[in-house]
Design a protein around this ligand. Structure first.
Ligand SMILES: C[S@@+](CC[C@H](N)C(=O)[O-])C[C@H]1O[C@@H](n2cnc3c(N)ncnc32)[C@H](O)[C@@H]1O
Length: 263
């Protein structure tokens, strides 16, 4: 599945504000070392995880950027500049054998695990366990969306959107809202010590452009399911767009940090 750099730019400030600070600090503490700390960023996009984590890390860093979109990796590389050593890995996550986990101090991802399927997750956790690498997976969507000002069909549109989230995004039928739970369960079963924390977006009038883009995206996904009549989706979108700028919207996410203490 492809993502536009524009959308990733719109969501980044909300993502960074939403990350659980304690889990982020614990992930950064794993990288406190006298030598260069090596981080693998899975589905790196334009490098949001680098910008979220690197300022909290007190060590020289090398980032292995993994994404199937070379244009996004190129943006990430340019934006990281000389702040860290960068290796580009333009590859599809389906090729689990090719993931550059060996010797890494941390694997990280943000807004990725809700896109993956259960079988892929099983294979990934096996590869991670074999490499004995910790994982910091931020911002998996949890299926909850709430507006302080409600309009007709909020629940029906969110239900359709959540069903769309479970569609195949290239890595098998997606876990969608079940992602953080399934990830935590698989990692615990593999012997990891797992920490979880909510990381909801709190979207207000300051993020009007992002809200508009999000609303169009939700409507498109809801339409694609065919679960709800076009006229109802159109009415919902119209009512929601009229309210951008008033009230707040909360979108649930969860962060997971897994430490291979027992793995
Ligand atoms: C929602 S975006 C998140 C990007 C970035 N981590 C962030 O937080 O801004 C998901 C990223 O995963 C990448 N991706 C999705 N499916 C992939 C696959 N099968 N193989 C490699 N990368 C993939 C996309 O190109 C995109 O950059």
């Amino acid at each position: 599945m492809s993502f536009s750099a524009h959308w990733l730019e719109l969501r980044e400030p909300l993502d960074h504000a939403a990350r659980d600070p304690a889990l982020r600090a614990a992930a950064a503490a794993l990288l406190r070392m006298p030598r260069v700390a090596t981080v693998v960023d899975l589905g790196c996009g334009t490098g949001s995880s680098f910008r979220a984590l690197a300022p909290h890390v007190d060590a020289a860093q090398a980032w292995r950027l993994v994404d199937h979109d070379p244009a996004l990796i190129a943006i990430a590389r340019r934006r990281i500049g000389a702040a860290a050593a960068v290796e580009a890995h333009p590859l599809d996550l389906r090729t689990l054998d090719a993931l550059p986990l060996a010797g890494a101090d941390l694997a990280t991802a943000s807004a990725l695990f809700d896109l993956v399927g259960r079988d892929w997750l099983r294979g990934f956790v096996a590869a991670l366990t074999q490499a004995r690498v910790p994982l910091y997976a931020a911002l998996s969507y949890d299926g909850h969306m709430h507006w302080s000002l409600s309009v007709a069909d909020d629940a029906a549109v969110v239900a359709a959107f959540n069903r769309h989230q479970r569609g195949d995004k290239g890595l098998g039928p997606a876990l969608g809202p079940d992602a953080a739970g399934a990830l935590a369960e698989a990692l615990a079963a593999a012997g990891y010590r797992v920490l979880r924390a909510p990381s909801p977006w709190r979207i207000d009038a300051a993020h009007a452009a992002m809200q508009r883009e999000l609303l169009h995206g939700i409507a498109t996904a809801a339409r694609e399911t065919g679960d709800i009549a076009e006229a109802r989706v159109a009415g919902w979108l119209h009512a929601r767009l009229e309210r951008v700028g008033s009230g707040t919207c909360t979108v649930g996410h969860e962060d997971v940090l897994a430490l291979p203490d027992r793995a």
